[in-house]
Design a binder for this molecule. Structure first.
Ligand code: FES
Ligand code: MG
Length: 582
């Protein structure tokens, strides 16, 4: 049976006969397959059902996925209630803090693993269970490429905690308390006390970081059930959503609704809108670019920026605002935001429950009074959360999360203080003799997709200790890296092309003048082209790992694309044929 005919479901499920291992005799292949799976006690009746795969991403290293075993059970229940046969299978999983050198380095590996396991094994539909930052992007990249009926389920956010009467949550408050500790505002005893309080339950970070952002974007794209992004990991709601996801997967399998029918250009436009309006993670833009790229859809950064000017931030959650994800859930979840954004959305996009986005919004409970999602007349921030910057420092673009930046630094001219690598930063940032003032611009080069490699979230450059202890809280910071979705500050990210690809960022020297003007979308290095060219000649390539470079590392270095192409692998992107937003 060819892969092409596998992908063509013709509204009929194939169950266990789907995608037979090739021994040259199809009947024998099925006979063998059934003999082996019967070793686990299945009857012919069970094996004649639509098979719903469940991608299990539980790991002892991943607290964000700590509730996955229970979710798998609930999905199975939903599948069986609808007459299907659930079969769980493992894939790799990624946690932000347990993925060396960075989880971004491994996102594409998880996407490849998930895609090929979906392709290889017999299943008529799949429920992919993700949560932590890179997992949902990896699973959606995989789903877009494998293109069999898919339901995304997320693990859900953790609850917030309490430290000496103050509400805290990962990981905006992790950064805030650490900055206070660096600034000697709190002592050793208190920082260790707070360490116990930041992550009080399993689940994903409790603020509008990358995990929460991607959950909201998946719901907006229509590949996740309506109102399923925000239910906390430990709520009964989360288990009910899992059960319903299983039930829905059986219907999707029967109807043959594949991700390419859901993940359309209009659906991506909606997702970009919601990203802006959430004050969502800057990583969300890279991930959406990667997912869309799998379907031949390009995200146009300049058009995205125009969209940003007319899309206000309405969700009052940290790091752009005040609350935590459980507050958004109590406020009616994502549908409350979607209702407010209705005039800006394509309401006719199809979702996995067989209804349009508009129909789902209309069917959701409407809480008239709630404190989290603002009306468009009273936004948290008048424009979208993310602005695109261009200039000689970033010819292929850079971004800034303007909703989480300091208003007084949005237009700023200052002297560059340059760090050439992560090691250089670690060695010198806290040096009492570092020549740095509060109105300087901190530059960190060589932390891009290839540079570090894996584009670490080191763009949140710490304030030099000697300034932190003087009370300096924010400075303009620029890098070719990323920052955590939970971080805040006047931070320019994703400078493209990166320094390791010959970008101008690698040519900045201490004392150069850099101008940031967010309202003019400009980031410029005030050094003439001739000087830059002579620096280019004398710049030797940054030290790279010595050969032999083998295995995944080699694949990564040969295949990785820049941030404006979602940091996907070249070989995973078909020829592009359309651009969004239009
Ligand atoms: Fe997993 Fe934040 S570390 S979501
Ligand atoms: Mg994160």
């Amino acid at each position: 049976m060819s892969q092409d005919s596998d992908n063509n479901h013709n509204n009929a499920t194939r169950g266990m006969s789907n995608r037979l291992t090739n021994y040259g005799d199809a009947d024998f292949s099925l006979f063998l397959r059934k003999a082996f799976i019967k070793g686990m006690g299945y009857t012919d009746d069970a094996l004649s059902r639509p098979v719903i795969g469940i991608a299990n991403t539980y790991s002892g290293y991943n607290a964000c996925h700590g509730n996955v075993p229970g979710l798998v059970e609930s999905v199975k229940r939903g599948v069986m209630l609808a007459g299907g046969l659930p079969v769980e299978f493992p894939t790799i999983t990624l946690h932000e803090s347990f993925a060396h050198p960075t989880s971004m380095y491994l996102r594409n590996l998880m996407a490849l693993d998930t895609e090929e396991m979906i392709r290889a094994q017999p299943m008529d539909a799949v429920v992919v269970i993700g949560g932590c930052d890179k997992t949902v992007p990896a699973q959606l990249m995989a789903a877009a490429s494998a293109d069999i009926p898919t339901v995304q389920l997320v693990t859900g956010p953790m609850l917030s905690g309490s430290h000496r009467g103050t509400r805290v949550g990962a990981c905006t408050d992790c950064r805030r308390y650490w900055a206070a500790y660096r600034g000697q505002d709190i002592d050793d005893a208190e920082i260790s006390e707070v360490n116990d309080k930041l992550v009080p339950t399993v689940g994903t970070c409790s603020v509008m970081g990358t995990a929460s952002t991607m959950a909201c974007l998946a719901e907006t794209l229509g590949i996740m059930l309506p109102n399923s992004a925000t239910a906390p990991a430990v709520y009964a709601d989360r288990q009910r959503i899992a059960e319903q996801s299983g039930t829905e997967a059986v219907r999707l399998a029967r109807d043959g609704v594949t991700p390419s029918r859901i993940l359309t250009p209009k659906a991506f436009e909606n997702a970009l809108r919601v990203l802006l309006s959430l004050g969502g993670s800057t990583n969300g833009l890279i991930h959406l670019t990667a997912i869309a790229g799998r379907l031949g859809i390009d995200i146009d950064l300049d058009a995205f920026d125009r969209m940003s000017r007319e899309t206000p931030v309405l969700v009052d959650l940290k790091p752009s605002g005040e609350g935590y994800m459980e507050d958004l859930h109590r406020a009616g979840g994502l549908p409350t935001l979607l209702r407010e954004l209705k005039p800006l959305l394509h309401l006719d996009t199809m979702t996995i429950n067989g209804r349009t986005l508009g129909e789902n919004i209309d069917a959701a409970v409407h809480l008239v009074e709630q404190p989290v999602v603002r009306p468009r007349s009273r936004p948290v921030y008048a424009q979208g959360g993310i602005a695109v910057l261009r200039g000689n420092l970033a010819p292929a673009g850079a971004i800034i999360k303007q909703s989480a930046a300091s208003a007084e630094l949005m237009q700023h001219r200052g002297r560059a203080v340059v760090f050439h690598s992560l090691e250089d930063l670690a060695t010198r940032i806290d040096d009492p003799d570092l020549d740095v003032n509060a109105d300087d611009v901190l530059v960190l080069a060589n932390i891009g997709p290839k540079g570090a490699p894996g584009m670490p979230e080191a763009g949140y450059i710490p304030i030099p200790k000697k300034l932190a202890t003087q009370g300096v809280k924010d400075m303009v910071r620029i890098s070719d890296g990323r920052m955590s979705g939970t971080a805040a500050g006047t931070i320019v990210l994703h400078v493209s092309p990166e320094a390791a690809e010959g970008g101008t960022l690698g040519l900045v020297r201490d004392g150069d003048i850099i101008e940031l003007d967010v309202s003019a979308n400009r980031i410029s290095l005030e050094v003439d082209e001739q000087t830059l060219e002579s620096r280019r000649q004398e710049t030797t390539a940054p030290p790279r790992e010595q050969p032999p470079m083998l295995g995944y590392r080699r694949l990564f270095m040969e295949q990785i694309l820049q941030a404006d192409q979602g940091c996907d692998f070249k070989v995973c992107r078909p020829e592009s044929h359309c651009r969004v937003p239009t």
